[in-house]
Design a protein around this ligand. Structure first.
Ligand SMILES: Nc1ncnc2c1ncn2[C@@H]1O[C@H](COP(=O)(O)OP(=O)(O)OP(=O)(O)O)[C@@H](O)[C@H]1O
Length: 272
């Protein structure tokens, strides 16, 4: 009984293993102090965005979490285990995520499963399901060259989903798309993430996009980046872009913009 009482007093966040826990992470590139030290914690199924001025270290942090580079110091744990190389259930999506031009949409999506040795029927069934989830049903037999940029990015998203990720690391995934497609893709991503329920670390230059998608937005200050604010986004889910006109969304956007602007102004002055 007494144990139960103690557990009830402990907040949930400290009793469950987070999907990402980065502690005192720092990066240097020669004389350039690029990042940190920063701490980052993402709960399972939580959507966290990072916004911040150009060059502050956002991509560097994402790449360290994804084991694409080693930090100069600090530690990263994914699902409670230290990161020591690429991890199967971590999916990474970039702005220009590559599709394989000689493969159809279906075979692009099935690629990661093929590499893992999953049989042809099983991987094609799974790929068909994912193609449907990202809204490309009917395009299974098309080649990437026959698709728009937004559709190719959906293919990349479906492929990222194929390994049933518990963590998605997305670095400006819609950065190359026009405004309308970008908005639609953001809504699509919300739907997909709600369907599979994974944690997301999302980097964007769009404050609007960050507010629309996230449970929390972290604001990174100028290089070497550290977090200068954490903005909880209390909008009900499921969300669509309509949620952006709610007062709490507008206030969040203004708060984030005010900080990024002052950081960027100081950075610009010091570069002159
Ligand atoms: N491989 C590298 N070698 C040297 N410097 C690097 C390297 N990668 C990043 N940097 C530098 O480290 C700093 C942080 O870069 P990073 O790409 O993480 O910033 P960012 O916030 O993602 O920028 P942006 O918003 O413009 O994409 C920058 O000054 C960048 O020039």
């Amino acid at each position: 009984m007494s144990t139960q009482t103690v557990q009830e007093d402990v907040p949930m966040s400290s009793t469950t293993t987070p999907i990402v826990r980065a502690t005192q992470v720092e990066q240097h590139f020669g004389p350039v102090h690029a990042l940190g030290p920063v701490d980052l914690r993402i709960e399972r199924g939580e959507f966290v965005s990072i916004v911040g001025p150009s060059g502050c270290g956002k991509s560097t942090l994402l790449e360290i979490v994804g084991a694409l580079q080693d930090p100069a110091s600090g530690t990263v744990e994914i699902d409670g285990a230290p990161v020591d190389g690429p991890r199967r259930r971590t999916a990474i999506v970039f702005q220009e995520s590559a599709t394989l031009p000689w493969r159809t949409v279906l075979d692009n999506v099935a690629f990661a499963l093929e590499v893992r040795g999953i049989g042809r029927k099983e991987r094609r069934d799974k790929a068909r399901e994912l193609v449907q989830i990202v809204g490309l049903a009917g395009f299974e037999d098309h080649y990437p060259a026959q698709l728009s940029g937004g559709m190719r990015q959906r293919v990349a998203m479906a492929r990222a989903m194929s390994t049933e990720p518990d963590l998605i690391l997305a670095d400006e995934p819609f950065g190359a798309l026009d405004e309308q497609t970008r908005m639609l893709m953001a809504e699509e991503l919300l739907r997909v993430v709600d369907t599979i329920g994974c944690g997301v670390l999302f980097i964007t230059h769009s404050i609007q996009e960050a507010v629309l998608l996230s449970d929390r937005v972290l604001v990174m200050g100028r290089r070497p980046g550290t977090f200068i604010d954490e903005v909880p986004i209390d909008l009900p889910r499921p969300r669509s872009h309509v949620a952006l006109s709610e007062q709490s969304a507008t206030e969040a956007q203004e708060r984030i913009w005010a900080q990024i602007r002052s950081e960027a102004e100081v950075a610009m002055r010091s570069e002159r």
